[in-house]
Design a protein around this ligand. Structure first.
Ligand code: UD1
Length: 422
């Protein structure tokens, strides 16, 4: 298993290109199965989660061709003959559960493994299943698998109110409803850019979805989805991660390209409270670190609120702020595996239920640290960028799931990160 060795104390200066969004690409890949012919998805990131989902799609007999140079993924579902997503793939990546909606919509039946547990606590799929029932699916469990069937091969459609609002369940229900026989309404639907992008792309290929980006999605079922092109959006979490990194590493001046500030929701307003230099262009964001980072407390919320996927990075930056701040996660109250690792690096940070209290500024010193999930891992890398001496981040395979060429991108702007094969 690979590890990172990081020599801290180097400013970040230069340009970094943002990759296509992982979390927006996965729904598009599932949606391609609904089409009558081949679908090409643009701006797909080179990430292990994408490779895993390619395998999941390949299991169905659909053809998958990934032009990694062009970042274009071609999926042809016309030879689909197997409506199963097996446990050994689904357990590697929860988003494989999107196959339930995709296969129900495309073929009228699905046999998809339940995803099981997650490193940061329970992540139920009850809303996915209740929602599909509300759209008319018959759902049974068998040997750890969900067996979903549409009566007479096609769902009738229906209404469902989500509580809490869930990105994954909204995506799954959209996939199931797009080719239904009738109309579906999803209330308290997720408004994340990932959902809006899915709906916009499906509409381009003939779907009839309205209300994307609002809490009420109305989907008039159509007989077919055309083959064609779907365009993926830039990764807003990668954007936010690098914005935070540039703000916290002293002497930094970083310009992010191929990005979209409008997808960051209220994150930018919170970021402005750091008094860093910030210039926002059409597809660029320039960040210059502040001389003194003030403490800024945050609470995660559904979009457009502060994303849970950026709270670990924010807490890490707050170890370098001058004063006390808090970071509260209302979406995933157990997502704090990074806290004891930051303590190992010398941070003054403690967890109380779903809040961490950070007292800055701490002089961090390199040590060996380990992490159990993607966003915690990147936070430890960021801590290593400001720590004295050398920091070793173990188990970086999490990073390869969700950050494309992280060390190459950071090293190109001045960081000193070495990948060591274990
Ligand atoms: C997606 C993102 C993940 C991000 C999360 C929240 C992908 C592949 N992953 O995950 O990076 O951290 O959104 O922005 O896009 N819930 C239920 N029952 C359900 C489903 C969810 O109670 O059936 C709850 C969850 O426990 C959580 C909340 O709803 O408290 C939101 O989770 P959800 O939006 O579903 O997250 P994911 O789609 O799994």
């Amino acid at each position: 298993m690979d590890n990172f060795l990081i020599e801290g104390g180097k400013s970040l200066r230069g340009t970094m290109a943002i990759s296509g969004s992982k979390n927006a690409a996965l729904p598009l890949m599932a949606a391609a199965l609904l089409a009558d012919g081949p679908v090409t998805i643009t701006n797909v990131p080179l990430l292990n989660d994408i490779f895993t989902f390619n395998k999941v799609i390949g299991e169905t007999g659909s053809q998958v061709l990934f032009d990694q140079y062009k970042r274009e993924l071609a999926i042809d579902p016309t030879q689909m003959n197997n409506h199963v997503a097996p446990y050994d793939l689904v357990r590697k990546m929860r988003a494989s559960f999107y196959m339930t909606g995709a296969l129900l919509g495309a073929a009228g039946d699905a046999r998809v493994s339940l995803p099981g547990g997650c490193a940061w606590g329970p992540r139920p799929v009850n809303l996915h299943l209740e929602g599909m029932r509300a759209l008319g699916a018959k759902i049974e469990m068998d040997g750890g698998y969900v067996i979903a069937k549409a009566p007479n091969g096609r769902l009738p459609g229906g209404a469902f109110t989500m509580n809490p609002s869930s990105v994954g369940a909204t995506v799954n229900l959209v996939l199931a409803a797009v080719r239904a026989n009738g109309k579906s309404v999803i209330r308290n639907a997720a408004m994340e850019p990932d959902v809006v992008n899915l709906c916009d792309n499906l509409n381009t290929l003939g779907a009839r979805i309205s209300g994307a980006g609002t809490p009420v999605l109305t989907i008039d079922g159509v007989d077919s989805i055309k083959s064609g092109t779907m365009n993926n959006i830039p990764d807003r979490i990668e954007t936010g991660t690098f914005m935070i990194a540039a703000a916290m590493v002293p002497g930094s001046d970083v310009t992010l390209t191929n990005t979209l500030e409008s997808d960051l929701g209220s994150f930018t307003d919170t970021f402005r409270k750091l008094h860093v230099g910030l210039d926002i262009g059409d597809s660029t964001i320039r960040i210059r670190s502040a001389d003194r980072v003030p403490p800024v407390s945050i609470e995660t919320a559904i979009y457009p609120g502060f994303p849970t996927d950026l709270q670990a990075q924010w807490a890490t930056m707050m170890t370098q702020a001058h004063g006390k701040s808090t970071v509260t996660d209302h979406i995933y109250p157990d997502r704090f595996s990074y806290v004891p690792e930051l303590v190992r690096l010398g941070a003054d940070i403690e967890r109380r239920e779903n809040t961490v209290i950070v007292r800055g500024r701490s002089e961090l010193r390199g040590a060996s640290v380990m992490s159990t999930d993607l966003r915690a891992s990147v936070s430890l890398v960021m801590a290593g960028l400001v720590a004295r001496d050398e920091t070793e981040v173990l188990r970086i395979y999490h990073l390869d799931r969700g950050y494309e060429k992280l060390e190459d991108k950071l090293n190109a702007v001045g960081a000193a990160i070495h990948r060591v094969s274990g």
